[in-house]
Structure formats: structure tokens, C-alpha cells
Design a protein around this ligand. Structure first.
Ligand SMILES: Cc1cc2nc3c(=O)[nH]c(=O)nc-3n(C[C@H](O)[C@H](O)[C@H](O)COP(=O)(O)OP(=O)(O)OC[C@H]3O[C@@H](n4cnc5c(N)ncnc54)[C@H](O)[C@@H]3O)c2cc1C
Length: 292
């Protein structure tokens, strides 16, 4: 089923992002996580794709497991950085074979730890170019990534939004956002997109805090700002108390989700980091309050 149909029928949708396991131990853990999250009956799940094709097989296997064994609706990601037209078609054909209806197209970044990686000479530069290539060839329900705080490399926020509009003009039917810790970024972003004439659903990404190290690392990598107030609240927690941090992360994400739903967000897309506890904690609170 196309996700755009879901947003017409039943907002807010609940969805989870997974990434393919890197080894056998992680694969076993991921199976348990998927079991724990599948029982919450998400509207769809998504699977990341390592830029440069680095997780091509792992992504395909995970999509197959989720879609065809567990019968979950899947949004397959595609990160086209460095890939030539034949590679792009190869991945899209494999998604078609797996029965995928929804594909989120991102540019991706140069693959980590592969200093010798050479982009294909005919590789496409931006996600908008990839969407333009895929749109006339496949009937997927295509989406793109959006950045409420601006993409980390963006020349400026207005330029970033101009390019976001280009992604929609080239075929993106919905936007999934990077996560943020202050809903005002999302609300301002949506308001500006609407002013620019973007009518597609804009689904907020949610990343519950579960580790300070990971929070700081990811925030630097993808430009999610951490306010002074959030830092003080985190600093007030007992040092090294992991359950206290987890509970704080659940409370904080719950408050964010509650405000987003009340304001009419079409869905909540959880960056699970292949963990279940925080996401199930937030969902339980939302259910308790009758918000989902
Ligand atoms: C929901 C979501 C899912 C993601 N999934 C994955 C994944 O599975 N695998 C992965 O590797 N990464 C993933 N990413 C990360 C993403 O690949 C990076 O953020 C990447 O740096 C940018 O991707 P993009 O599609 O936004 O690129 P683009 O839209 O190409 O934008 C990249 C930069 O170029 C600028 N730009 C865009 N178009 C143009 C243009 N035509 N001319 C000049 N400048 C332009 C933009 O302002 C921006 O600064 C995901 C991100 C999100 C938010």
C-alpha cells in the first residue's frame, strides 16, 4: 500500500526505521527488536540503505523479512551517492521484485571507512537528480528527506528549501524529516514549506534520547541542535544512571509527540536505532492518553 493513501485515511501514522544488522550478533538482536516493535502494529516500517551500495544485500534481506515474512508495509530507502544508472535500476528492480510500494530517495554521503571508493562516472549528484531519474521509470510512491534545521551542508535555509521544492517537483510525494529536539523547528519548517506551495505530507522524525554519547555524536553528524535547557535537564540526571536517562528520553519524546499530534502532524516516524525500549515506552504513553 502506498503511504500517501495511509495519510489520507488514518493520520497520524506510526512508523519505525531500522537499519540492516552488521553482523550475526546484531542480526539476532534486531530480530528481537522487530518482534517487540511489530506487536505495536506500526503502519509501516522503513529500512536504510548504505550510500555507495554498502548495505545493498543486507537492506534487501531485511526488506524481504519485514515485507514478505512479517507482512509489514515497508518504505525502502535508497541512497544513490556514487551509483551509476545501472546500479540505480538494479536496486529499484530488486525493490519491485520484493513487492515494495514505497521508496524514500536520498543522496547519501561518501561511504565511511572506504577511502578508495570511487563514484561511478555517471553517478547523479543530488537527490532531486535521482528522483528525476527514477520517477518516469518506476511506479513507486517516492519520498524525500527534509531538514527542519536546514541540511548541514546547505548554503542557507532558503536555498535548502528551494532544493526541497525541487525534490517535490521531481517526484517526491511526501517528506520525512530529520529528527529535532525542539518542535518549533518542525512547525516553522512546515509553515515555510506551505508558503512555498509544498502541499505534500511532512512527517516528523523522532529520535528518543537513550545515550548521551550517541546524542552528541549524531547531533554533530546531522545538525540537530541541543538547547541549553535540554542540556541542563540532562545534566541534572544522576550521572551514569542509564534507566534514569532512558526514562527522561521517553518523557521528553512523549511530550514532543503529543504536541506534534495535537498540532496535526500526519505521523510520527521513529528512528529506532534498532532498539525497542524507548519507542515502545513513548507509544505506551501516547496510547494511555488516547492520542494514537
Ligand atoms: C528520513 C531520512 C532518511 C535517510 N536515510 C538514509 C539512508 O538510508 N542512507 C544514507 O546513506 N543516508 C540517509 N539519510 C541521510 C542523507 O543521505 C544525508 O542527510 C545526505 O547528506 C543528504 O541527503 P539528501 O537526500 O537530503 O540530499 P540532497 O537533497 O541532494 O541535498 C544535499 C545538500 O545539497 C544541497 N542541494 C540539494 N539539491 C541541490 C541542487 N540541485 N543544487 C545544489 N545544491 C543542492 C542541499 O541544500 C543539501 O545541503 C537520511 C536522512 C533522512 C532525513
Amino acid at each position: 500500500m502506498k503511504v500517501t493513501e495511509m495519510w489520507k485515511k488514518k493520520p497520524p501514522t506510526i512508523s519505525f526505521e531500522f537499519f540492516p544488522a552488521r553482523n550475526a550478533e546484531a542480526a539476532e538482536k534486531l530480530e528481537r527488536v522487530i518482534d517487540q516493535l511489530a506487536i505495536t502494529e506500526p503502519d509501516f516500517v522503513s529500512v536504510t540503505f548504505g550510500a555507495g551500495g554498502s548495505t545493498r544485500d543486507g537492506s534487501r534481506q531485511l526488506i524481504d523479512r519485514l515485507k514478505n515474512d512479517l507482512k509489514l508495509e515497508v518504505m525502502a530507502y535508497f541512497a544513490g551517492y556514487g551509483l551509476g544508472p545501472d546500479d540505480i535500476q538494479g536496486v529499484m528492480d530488486s525493490y519491485l521484485d520484493l513487492g515494495v510500494d514505497n521508496v524514500l530517495v536520498v543522496r547519501g554521503d561518501p561511504p565511511h571507512g572506504q577511502p578508495d571508493f570511487k563514484p561511478h562516472p555517471a553517478s547523479l549528484v543530488h537527490a532531486s537528480d535521482m528522483l528525476e531519474f527514477i520517477r518516469p521509470r518506476y511506479n513507486f510512491c517516492l519520498g524525500a528527506a527534509g531538514y527542519p534545521e536546514g541540511h548541514i551542508e546547505a548554503e542557507s535555509k532558503p536555498k535548502d528549501l528551494e532544493y526541497l521544492k525541487l525534490k517535490v517537483d521531481k517526484g517526491a510525494e511526501y517528506i520525512i524529516t530529520n529528527y529535532f529536539y525542539d518542535n518549533r523547528y518542525y512547525f516553522d519548517f512546515v509553515a515555510t514549506c506551505r508558503r512555498l506551495g509544498l502541499k505534500v505530507p511532512i512527517v516528523p522524525g523522532i529520535m528518543p534520547i537513550f545515550s548521551l554519547k550517541m546524542m552528541n555524536h549524531l547531533a554533530k553528524l546531522c545538525g540537530a541542535s541541543i538547547s541549553g535547557d535540554l542540556r541542563s535537564r540532562l545534566a541534572a540526571l544522576p550521572e551514569g544512571d542509564i534507566p534514569a536517562l532512558l526514562n527522561f528520553g521517553i518523557d521528553f519524546a512523549f511530550e514532543q509527540c503529543k504536541e506534534l499530534i495535537v498540532a496535526g502532524a500526519p505521523g510520527l516516524h521513529f528512528y529506532t536505532m534498532d532498539r525497542s525500549q524507548s519507542t515502545t515506552g513513548v507509544l505506551a504513553r501516547l496510547r494511555q492518553e488516547g492520542l494514537i
